[in-house]
Write a protein that binds this ligand. Structure first.
Ligand code: DX5
Ligand code: ZN
Length: 221
């Protein structure tokens, strides 16, 4: 299994305490910072643009893990390719078909940024399995995208297991990220199923940030 990475989601950051919380993130053992981009069309919520990503990139040394929840990932990913993103993932449901999604992933990787494909809870994972070697990361949503603080959907662990099995069989380096409802109990299940990258929003930012990150990291077998 790859190293476990914790990617706190700044959707849950307390915007009245930005500098204090960013300093705590910097001191923490989190390596990535999950940056949820919502366009009010793909999901019923609206968040941040590329300039905000640039600002966060300058403020902390964590890698910017950009999760696009937008109807036009081709257009929006280009904005983020120039904004300090280390990884850009986008939704399969927003693409014409798998080939279109693989082409965008290749375009992102050509710019030296990692490329990932995300799937909503109702989207089956099987069609992606043959192409895992072309992705840096698969993002399995364990809540409906749009908002932090929702409950984890345990049924999504089956998808994680399928991806994990394929990655093991083919000895790939593709990461498996899970996003939504992660806390100590659900993280344990996700890791056991094969996840190596955990997004955690409310769990991290509603507590002592450094301790919350460590409480997830120590679950690694
Ligand atoms: C939801 C976002 C998540 C969200 C997770 O659409 O993609 O990244 O911030 O928040 P929690 O960990 O609170 O479920
Ligand atoms: Zn996310």
């Amino acid at each position: 299994m790859q190293d476990l990475i914790i990617s706190p989601s700044i959707l849950s950051l307390d915007y009245a305490k930005v500098s204090e919380q960013l300093a705590a993130l910097e001191r923490s053992n989190a390596k990535w910072l999950h940056f949820d981009v919502m366009d009010a069309h793909f999901v019923p919520n609206l968040t941040f643009g590329p300039d905000v990503c640039k600002g966060f990139r300058r403020a902390v040394s964590l890698m910017m893990d950009v999760h696009l929840m937008v109807v036009d990932p081709w257009f929006v990913s280009d904005l983020f390719l120039r904004s300090g993103a280390g990884l850009i993932s986008f939704h399969l449901e927003a693409m014409k078909d798998i080939q279109d999604a693989l082409a965008l992933c290749a375009h992102i990787r050509k710019h030296g940024v990692m490329g990932g494909i995300a799937v909503k809870p109702a989207t089956p994972i099987e069609p992606l399995l043959p192409y895992l070697d072309q992705l840096d990361l698969v993002l399995i949503m364990s809540v409906e995208p749009g908002f932090g603080g929702q409950s984890f959907m345990p049924e999504m662990l089956d998808k994680v297991k399928q991806v994990h099995k394929e990655i093991e069989q083919r000895k790939l380096n593709t990461r498996i990220q899970i996003d939504g409802g992660i806390n100590e109990a659900t993280a344990r299940l996700a890791i056991a199923a094969g996840c190596d990258t955990l997004v955690a929003g409310s769990y991290v930012f509603r507590a002592d940030i450094e301790n919350a990150v460590d409480s997830l990291l120590c679950l690694k077998p």
